[in-house]
Design a protein around this ligand. Structure first.
Ligand code: S3P
Length: 462
């Protein structure tokens, strides 16, 4: 185990109650800082996602010559309303970005490091293909084993010069930026990262870019581009983008809370026998709310209150209470709307009565870990009956889970999902490599403790 590895212990607790202020949405934060870097003028991004993934994007953009400062206020207001002492660490989330205007980025004097962040690598790859300089981008061991061919193929058909390693163009990637031309392309994988990379390349290309997405994926890039003055039309399954004729307009806004982070508490509240949790300011963009639809279909008691808009994104407060869940089938077009929430939905499946079947989710095998194998293995250690399928899993629910030693596989979504399982498992659950939660939700453990004042949780290091 590496020196900084952390073990967390979670025990069942009699009651889960409280309010959570969510970290800013990771997908929206990446896009907000990238697009504002290209704008002409200054923008403030409030509630910027505090995890390591988005900080990797900031680091890369700074290396490309963008001035990005951290602030403690958003506009004239404190960066975040502080509801409790446990949540004060979330007051640090405002970034001031001084956009360079189109073609204002500079060649980096170092290799760009995307860490563990697929979104950083893929979105920047699209952008850098169109900029008039050389770039080299790499990442950690997990990211260097994730497929990049899905992205490089369409970018090359726009004229991009990109090279990767091995049969699926693994990182490190070398990019010689040049003038590109628009394409008409059908996305065979419903990936928002690939779609967004092509759109970023298309901003600087000659001629329009038209994308067809048989299964829609998250649409934050399209929404934000529109807000920043780009001509982008979304009709049916097609997106048509006109390249920039003027620089983007800066966009200052407060990033909605991350529904993918809310998912842990939505499931916790629904499966715990004595719970009521309020999640404030949660993004509920319809391309992301598969978790809500599935939990409601499983019988969860969820209320969505106080719906409102912020910079073309919908948000709301969500209240969840103890519920009796039943197993359901999850698959087809709903998968991209909940792909990152499947590990924690599998935990819900363990508690639900009957069978939960997850299919059409083969993409989980190429995330930060092979999430089909890792979730099946770790939940089985807790006594769950899980059958692995090539593209999903079958969970025979309704059995009691028993605390055990489990491992996050260095995957943030696994670490947090296993913590939620630990809340309802008999005895103690110890989670190795629990620090990986920092990738998307550094305050996760504090927020969890804030719901269980009975001190059902402790931390250790090895
Ligand atoms: C993301 C898209 C999804 C998702 C990832 C974030 C994004 O990945 O799993 O966590 O911000 O565009 P894919 O594009 O690979 O489906």
């Amino acid at each position: 185990m590496a020196k900084q590895d952390t073990i967390r212990t979670v025990k069942p607790c009699p009651r889960l109650e409280g309010e959570i202020i969510l970290p800013g949405d990771k997908s929206i934060s990446h896009r907000a800082v990238i697009l504002n870097s290209l704008a002409r003028g200054k923008a403030e991004i409030g509630n910027f996602a505090p995890g390591k993934d988005c900080l990797a994007t900031v680091r890369c953009l700074r290396a490309l010559g963008v001035e990005i400062e951290k602030k403690s206020k958003f506009g004239n207001l404190p960066a975040k309303v502080i509801l409790s002492t446990q949540q004060t660490q979330q007051t640090q989330g405002t970034l001031a970005v001084s956009g360079t205007g189109d073609y204002g980025l500079k060649e980096a004097d170092r290799v760009l490091n995307a860490g563990d962040s697929g979104t950083t690598m893929r979105l920047l790859c699209g952008l850098l293909s169109s900029q008039p300089f050389m770039s080299v981008i790499t990442g950690d061991a997990s990211l260097r084993s994730r497929p990049m061919g899905r992205l490089i193929k369409p970018l090359r058909s726009m004229g991009a010069e990109i090279w990767g390693r091995g049969e699926d163009s693994f990182a490190p990637l070398v990019i010689r930026g040049r003038e590109l031309h628009g394409i008409d392309f059908t996305l065979s994988i419903p990936s928002a990262q690939v779609k967004s990379a092509i759109l970023l390349a298309g901003l600087f290309a000659q001629g329009n870019t038209v994308l067809h997405q048989p299964i829609p994926s998250r649409d934050h890039t399209e929404r934000m581009l529109k807000q920043m003055g780009v001509r982008i039309e979304c009709e049916g399954d097609s997106i048509s983008l006109t390249p920039l004729s003027n620089p983007l307009s800066p966009l200052s806004f407060r990033v909605p809370g991350d529904i993918s982070s809310a998912a842990y508490f939505l499931v916790a509240g629904a499966i715990h026998p004595n719970a009521r949790i309020i999640l404030r300011d949660c993004g509920i963009n319809p391309t992301r709310t598969g978790i809500i639809d599935v939990l409601i279909a499983m019988g969860a008691k969820l209320e969505i209150e106080n719906e409102r808009w912020e910079a073309n994104e919908l948000l709301a407060d969500i209240v969840v209470e103890s519920s009796e869940l039943k197993g359901i089938e999850i698959g087809g077009g709903s998968i991209p709307r909940l792909i990152d929430e499947i590990p924690v939905l599998a935990v819900a499946g363990c508690v639900a009565k009957g069978k939960t079947v997850i299919r059409d989710a083969g993409e989980l095998r190429v995330k930060e870990s092979d999430r089909i194998a890792a979730v099946s293995q770790e939940l089985s250690r807790l006594g769950a009956e899980v059958e692995e399928l090539p593209d999903g899993m079958v969970i025979h629910g309704g059995e009691f889970l028993s605390g055990a030693e489990v491992d996050s596989h260095k995957d943030h979504r696994l670490a947090m999902s296993l913590a939620i399982a630990g809340l309802i498992a008999k005895g103690e659950t110890t989670i190795a490599q629990a620090q990986s939660a920092e990738i998307s939700y550094p305050a996760f453990w504090q927020d969890l403790v804030s719901l269980v004042p009975q001190a059902c949780h402790s931390e250790g290091a090895k």
